[in-house]
Each structure stands twice: as structure tokens, then as C-alpha cells.
Write a protein that binds this ligand. Structure first.
Ligand code: DGT
Ligand code: MG
Length: 398
């Protein structure tokens, strides 16, 4: 039974880190529409608008009831006039005209297509669009210079747009753990990101590595990658060590200094416990269907690249994996930072700054009044430092 909203309900916080957001979203109809508007704002590089729609969507996800009338939104923060108009229209007509128009829009479709390629951001996608490119086929046929990352992204495109399942993520975690233990038997390899929040599928596998004896983890990433490469497990890799600053420009807010590796992993299908690799249970499969309808995934079986066998015939799947190595003293912060969701992280930092005069990152928490770093061995301790109730990963799906 869907609970009704009543006046006795406790107020909803405007901070995602003070809300419990499970995967049980009762307001899909609205959040799907708002997500498209947020995405389009991102394509227009309008950060304020992107954040406004993302916040509106997030707050609806946290509600323990389905919104059935505008009155249900009384006292709910983070809903701007535009978002309210969208909700009202969906309540009245079943859909929103602006969103329906947008999904037919050529620029929106093209930017969605191009940004779904690994290594392609909004700026690049927009440049290609302005140069007249519309499809992957046209992109491949053009003489445009691609980065190594984008070349790999195109080469393994068919696989990379298929959501990663929990079973695949778990297999990769075990394989990586085995590789890590060859060099450091007591190291810990932890599945983070959306899978730690309970998602059944995701766009990549996020793994966090640490070792109790701080310092032992140094050099580990190179050893592990080299070993896995020799085993034929690596299709593409980009190691960033902690002195490298190149990610700073990409997403300043998410930037951290950990040694990390963005890779495309070659997962043998017989390494996965669950038989069916190409199914997924949640909304992400919609994205794939949509991608296929838009002609993104239509080339299965006819891929012309050498070494890129048809999706159906080959016995492996290309999967995006992020490996991050954190020194033990920063592990709790790294775990909190890499578990997400992105909006949850953003609001944790915002909350820390505004209410506690503290600076939170994936490395540490700095108290700007006491002028000192606050140590934490667990996520629970970090929430306690911030004066927040502990929110478990399953309730951070903001
Ligand atoms: P998905 O799309 O199913 O993979 O969903 P998530 O929630 O796993 O999203 P993902 O993989 O993009 O990121 C997981 C979390 O890790 C997210 O809250 C932000 C954090 N994160 C991702 N990339 C970076 C990065 O380059 N630096 C830092 N510090 N954090 C990152
Ligand atoms: Mg992820």
C-alpha cells in the first residue's frame, strides 16, 4: 500500500544527506521526466538548471508516498516553479509536453548518443554536433581525431552501453581481489558505487582498494594492472597516480588525489555465476532499449573493427571498471566518497560547509574553526563528526 501524505509527517530536508532514499522510487513518472530536463540542461552547459532539476527529482525519490495531487507537495523543499509545472502537467495529462518534445529533438538525441561513448563529454559531443555529425556511423566515417580513450569507447561501444549486472560486478571484484592478493595478500577490495547502494545494475564497476599497513599499497596499482594485462584481461587502461592533476579540470567537485585506474575490463562470460549476461532488472535496461531505438546499438553482429567480434558470438564482455587505491587512514572517507550517489555526496559537502564549517572530501574532513583534520575509521564516525544521523548505503540513492 502506498502511504498517504499526512500533516503529521516529519519535514523533508533540502539536504539529500538528511533524507533516506531507497531504490523504491514511487514517483518514477515525475523523476524520469525531470531527469531528461536535467540532462538537457547539462547538454546546454547550464549548471544551475541542471542542479535544480536534479534536486527536484531527488526529493521526489525520497518521498515515502506517490504524489497524486499538487497538495501532496505542500512544504516540500527544492521544487522550483518549473519543476512544479512539469509535475502538474504529468498529473493532469499523463505526460509533459516539454519533455515529449525534447526527446524528439535532434540536438538532444545526438548529444545523448555521443556522450554515451566512453571518453566523450558534453563539450566534445556539442562540437561534433555543430560540425554536422549525427550518428556513430558518421563519426566513424569522419576524419575527426579521437583520443585513445574515445577510440576504445567506440570500439567497445556495443558492450559498454549494456548495463553491468550485479553478478558481473561481483565476478570482477573477485578477479581483481585475486590479482591484488598476489602482491598484497591482506589487501581489501571493496565494491562501491551504485552496487554498494543495492543497485542490481550499473554503468561501471567501482572498486576501492586499501591495506591496513599504510604505505604497503604504494605501487600496487601498476603491479596489478601489469599482471592483469599479461593475463589478457585489459582492453584499455588509463592509470592516474596521485601526482597527476589531469582530472582536476574534468569535475572539480569530484576531484581526488588517489592513485586510480579507469579501465575497460575483458570479462570472460564463463567467469560469471549467473547465466544470462545481457539482462538487467531495473530502469537502466530502458536506456539500452532507447539507445537501440535511436540506432545506437543497432550494429550488433556487424561491427567492422578488427578484434571486435559480434556481440552474440564472442565469449567475453567489455566492462568499464574504476580501480581506486586509498591509504588506510583515508579509507573511510574514500569509501563514503565513492559510494555516492553523486547528489548525496554533493549535499554531504554542502551540509558540512554550511552547518559545520568543515570541508569534506574523499580524503578527509577538515574543521575550519578548530583548524584540524578529523580522523575517522568508519563511515559512521564521519556522519557523527558532521552531527548527522547515519544513513546506510542502501538509503543514499538520492
Ligand atoms: P552507475 O552509473 O550505475 O555506475 O552509478 P554510480 O552511482 O556507481 O556512479 P559512478 O560510478 O559514476 O560514481 C560512483 C561514485 O563515485 C559517485 O558518487 C561519485 C564517485 N566518483 C566517480 N568518479 C569519481 C572521480 O573521478 N573522483 C572522485 N573523487 N569520485 C568519483
Ligand atoms: Mg558506478
Amino acid at each position: 500500500r502506498t502511504a498517504d501524505r499526512s500533516a503529521t509527517d516529519i519535514p523533508v530536508s533540502q539536504y539529500a544527506c538528511q533524507r533516506r532514499t531507497t531504490l523504491n522510487n514511487r514517483n518514477n513518472l515525475f523523476t524520469n521526466a525531470l531527469k531528461i530536463l536535467a540532462e538537457n540542461a547539462e547538454f546546454c552547459e547550464n549548471e544551475g538548471r541542471n542542479l535544480a532539476f536534479a534536486r527536484a527529482s531527488s526529493i521526489l525519490k525520497s518521498l515515502p508516498y506517490r504524489v497524486t495531487k499538487m497538495d501532496d507537495l505542500q512544504g516540500i523543499p527544492s521544487l522550483g516553479e518549473h519543476s512544479k509545472k512539469v509535475i502538474k502537467e504529468i498529473l493532469e495529462d499523463g505526460n509533459c509536453g516539454e519533455v515529449e518534445k525534447l526527446i524528439q529533438n535532434e540536438r538532444y538525441q545526438t548529444l545523448k548518443r555521443f556522450t554515451s561513448i566512453f571518453g566523450v563529454g558534453v563539450k566534445t559531443a556539442d562540437k561534433w554536433y555543430r560540425e554536422g555529425l549525427r550518428t556513430l556511423h558518421e563519426l566513424k566515417a569522419s576524419k575527426i581525431k579521437l583520443t585513445k580513450e574515445q577510440e576504445a569507447g567506440l570500439l567497445y561501444y556495443e558492450d559498454l552501453i549494456v548495463p553491468v549486472t550485479m553478478a558481473e560486478a561481483d565476478s570482477i571484484r573477485k578477479i581483481v581481489e585475486e590479482a591484488v592478493h598476489r602482491f598484497l595478500p591482506a589487501a581489501v577490495v571493496k565494491l562501491t558505487g551504485g552496487f554498494r547502494r543495492g543497485k542490481e545494475s550499473g554503468h561501471d564497476v567501482d572498486l576501492l582498494i586499501t591495506h591496513q599497513d599504510e604505505g604497503k599499497e604504494q605501487g600496487l596499482l601498476h603491479q596489478v594492472i601489469n599482471w592483469m594485462a599479461v593475463q589478457g584481461m585489459i582492453l584499455y587502461d588509463d592509470i592516474t597516480d596521485n601526482r597527476d592533476q589531469k582530472w582536476k579540470t574534468k569535475e572539480p567537485e569530484l576531484f581526488d588525489h588517489f592513485a586510480k585506474c579507469y579501465l575497460i575490463f575483458k570479462l570472460q562470460k564463463d567467469m560469471v555465476n549467473v547465466v544470462d549476461l545481457n539482462t538487467s532488472g531495473d530502469h537502466d535496461s530502458l536506456a539500452v532499449n532507447e539507445a537501440k531505438e535511436m540506432g545506437l546499438g543497432g550494429q550488433a553482429g556487424t561491427c567492422e573493427h578488427a578484434g571486435c567480434a559480434s556481440v552474440k558470438d564472442k565469449d567475453w564482455k567489455a566492462i568499464r571498471v574504476d580501480l581506486v587505491v586509498a591509504p588506510f587512514s583515508q579509507y573511510a572517507y574514500a569509501l563514503l566518497g565513492w559510494t555516492g550517489s553523486r547528489l548525496f555526496e554533493r549535499d554531504l559537502r554542502r551540509y558540512a560547509k554550511h552547518f559545520k564549517h568543515m570541508s569534506l572530501s574523499s580524503h578527509s574532513l577538515f574543521d575550519n574553526e578548530q583548524k584540524r583534520f578529523l580522523m575517522a575509521a568508519t563511515e559512521e564516525e564521519i556522519f557523527a563528526h558532521l552531527g548527522l544521523d547515519y544513513i546506510p548505503p542502501q538509503e543514499r540513492n538520492a
